[in-house]
Structures are given as structure tokens and as C-alpha cells.
Design a protein around this ligand. Structure first.
Ligand code: HH3
Length: 329
């Protein structure tokens, strides 16, 4: 008897011209309320071995802020640049997210700050952290990596960062509320311990915040109201590093891992998972060009997925194609 298998595969949209956009190091991706793709990139600045001293103080202030527009609004179908902003503000862009009102929230690892930018305002509406001053108290971050804003409470979640190991929560007007997390002790990483909390995604339907725990190669999720650990999602296929995570309503979780260390076998790729079970449903890699350091991933409800790469200086678009497979039983 013939059985039709409804099977979804994530494949690169090879006709999307966005892979040819002239970008700097792509650090952050987000979708705005109109489902446009928004790209946060570093223009002519790069993060390399000389960017920071051993106390995480940025060493290249002499370059001045990036003069190019670091925030580009891209038409999701033809990759046209619809709008661009964010020049003369940032030194080393990192995370980007967009709240339900369309405000841009970004982190800068050189400034050690988080910015709220209104779509039509030149001046930032809110700045958290002290410019160029790394630290780990309520007023200082150390290379903060990402920011997410709860659509219900308006609370601000910051993953802090390369040189801290915590999630910090602020009220909508920037008052410190709470923090959780600690650095990973020797041996097996415990719940609530981080080795670079690198990317955040809210899971509003389940009241959770999930974190790409980069150096522990895993995703950790927490109750967003209390910071209580709820679960870990980890697969051998992730390899050593898990860079970014993105949830879409309906229960799908997307992620990208890091390039394999010498001798490791787990390839660099994208993952589509069932949030409830944690199981991997599909993996994906580009057809054109290759992943070099996939750094952020964002997905829309119709399972369109974008991946930004900080070394390839490229953004790829992937879509979910339905393969009808015939099999006889
Ligand atoms: O991870 C690194 N960078 C990327 O995540 C990034 O560019 O955001 C990095 C680490 C050490 C030295 C230089 C760069």
C-alpha cells in the first residue's frame, strides 16, 4: 500500500539575493513586526585578538565608532535594503532583538552596553551599562552578548556575557530587578552555570527564557519570572559550542552550532528542534558558500530561517519545503 509521508525539510532559498549583500561581520539578526529581516553588522570594524586587553577593556577606541549604518532593514523576499540606521554609535555590535513595538535592542561588546533605539529616534531611548567600562555589578556588563524584551511584562533580559556568566533582568524603564547564573566550575556543567551565555530567545507560551550556553554546547531554559532552571537541551550533534537559539510560536526551536575543533567530527550546521521534546527534527547547511562562524539565527512563524555569519560576513535564508515521500508498507 502506498503511504504519503508529509515531511518538512529546511533548505536554502538559493534564489534569495541576500547572500550577496556587502556586509561587515554579521553579529545579530532579528525580524521586525512587518517580518522584515533586520541585520546588525560591524561595517569596517572586526573583533580580533587585538580588540581587548586582558581586563576586557576595548583597545581600538582610536578607530572611532563605525561610520557605516550598522542596522539594515531587508525585504525578506528580494533582499532589498529598505532602511538603514545606526551609524556613528557602535564599536563592536553583537546582539540584536526587536520588541513588539518595533524598537531595536542591541548590545555592543566594546562599549559593554545595551541600547534601546526607537525606530524614528536618532538618540537612544535607553542605555544600560557604563560606556567602555567592563564590570559585573548592577550598572556594568562585561561584553554583553544579547538582549530580549518580554512582550507581556516589558522586562529586559540581558545575557552577560563573554566575561560574565549571568542573565540580568531589568524593568521596562531600566531598573535592576534580578540576576542569575554563575561560571561553570571544573567538571560537568551544572544547571544555571554558563560558559559564555551567547544568545537569548523568549518562549512566551511556556513562560520561559532559553539561552545558548555557547561554551557548554547546550541550550538552557529558565522560568522567565523567577530564573528557575527548567531544562537543558543538549545533543552530541551540537559538538562543543552552541552559538544561537531562536524560538517560534507553535513549538519549534532553531539553533546553530560552532565549527568543529580539530579532530572533532560534528559538522557546523543549523538545527530545527521540537521545543517540547527537545528532539532534533532536521538539520540544514547552505548550498551557496559555507558556514564559517554562524553567529545568530532567527526564524519566522512560516518556518523561514535566517542565519548570520560573523566570519563569512553573510546572511542566508532557508525555507521549509514539504517533501511528499511515497513509501510502500
Ligand atoms: O568569539 C569571538 N568572536 C565572535 O563571537 C564575535 O565576533 O562575536 C572571539 C573570541 C576571541 C577573540 C576574538 C573573537
Amino acid at each position: 500500500e502506498e503511504v504519503l509521508d508529509q515531511d518538512f525539510h529546511i533548505e536554502e532559498a538559493v534564489d534569495w539575493p541576500g547572500v550577496n549583500l556587502k556586509l561587515g561581520q554579521v553579529s545579530g539578526l532579528a525580524l521586525d513586526p512587518k517580518n522584515n529581516l533586520v541585520i546588525f553588522h560591524r561595517g569596517d570594524h572586526v573583533w580580533d585578538r587585538n580588540s581587548f586587553d586582558s581586563s576586557f577593556v576595548y583597545q581600538q577606541r582610536g578607530l572611532g565608532p563605525i561610520e557605516q549604518n550598522t542596522i539594515l532593514v531587508i525585504d525578506p523576499s528580494n533582499a532589498e535594503v529598505l532602511d538603514s540606521t545606526g551609524k556613528n554609535l557602535f564599536y563592536l555590535p553583537h546582539g540584536l532583538s526587536i520588541d513588539k513595538d518595533g524598537n531595536y535592542w542591541v548590545t555592543d561588546v566594546a562599549l559593554h552596553q545595551v541600547f534601546k533605539l526607537g525606530v524614528h529616534d536618532k538618540e537612544p531611548l535607553l542605555i544600560l551599562g557604563r560606556s567602555l567600562q567592563p564590570g559585573s555589578d548592577k550598572n556594568h556588563f562585561c561584553q554583553p552578548t544579547d538582549v530580549a524584551v518580554d512582550p507581556v511584562t516589558g522586562n529586559i533580559y540581558v545575557s552577560d556575557g563573554y566575561c560574565n556568566s549571568r542573565i540580568v533582568v531589568f524593568s521596562p524603564n531600566g531598573m535592576f530587578i534580578m540576576q542569575w547564573g554563575e561560571e561553570t566550575s571544573v567538571g560537568k556543567a551544572k544547571p544555571g552555570q554558563f560558559r559564555i551565555p551567547h544568545s537569548l530567545t523568549l518562549v512566551p507560551e511556556f513562560g520561559q527564557l532559553c539561552v545558548a550556553d555557547r561554551g557548554n554546547g547546550r541550550i538552557q531554559c529558565f522560568r522567565s519570572e523567577t530564573g528557575e532552571f527548567t531544562r537543558e537541551i543538549k545533543h552530541k550533534l551540537f559538538g562543543r559550542e552552541l552559538f544561537a537559539v531562536s524560538y517560534i510560536p507553535g513549538g519549534l526551536l532553531f539553533a546553530v552550532n560552532g565549527v568543529p575543533y580539530p579532530g572533532d567530527i560534528e559538522p557546523v550546521q543549523g538545527f530545527m528542534m521540537n521545543f517540547s521534546t527537545g528532539e532534533i527534527m532536521d538539520t540544514f547547511i547552505p548550498v551557496r558558500k559555507s558556514f564559517e562562524m554562524p553567529h545568530d539565527v532567527v526564524a519566522s512563524e512560516d518556518k523561514t530561517v535566517y542565519v548570520g555569519d560573523v566570519h563569512a560576513k553573510t546572511v542566508w535564508k532557508f525555507t521549509s519545503t514539504e517533501k511528499m515521500e511515497h513509501r510502500s508498507v
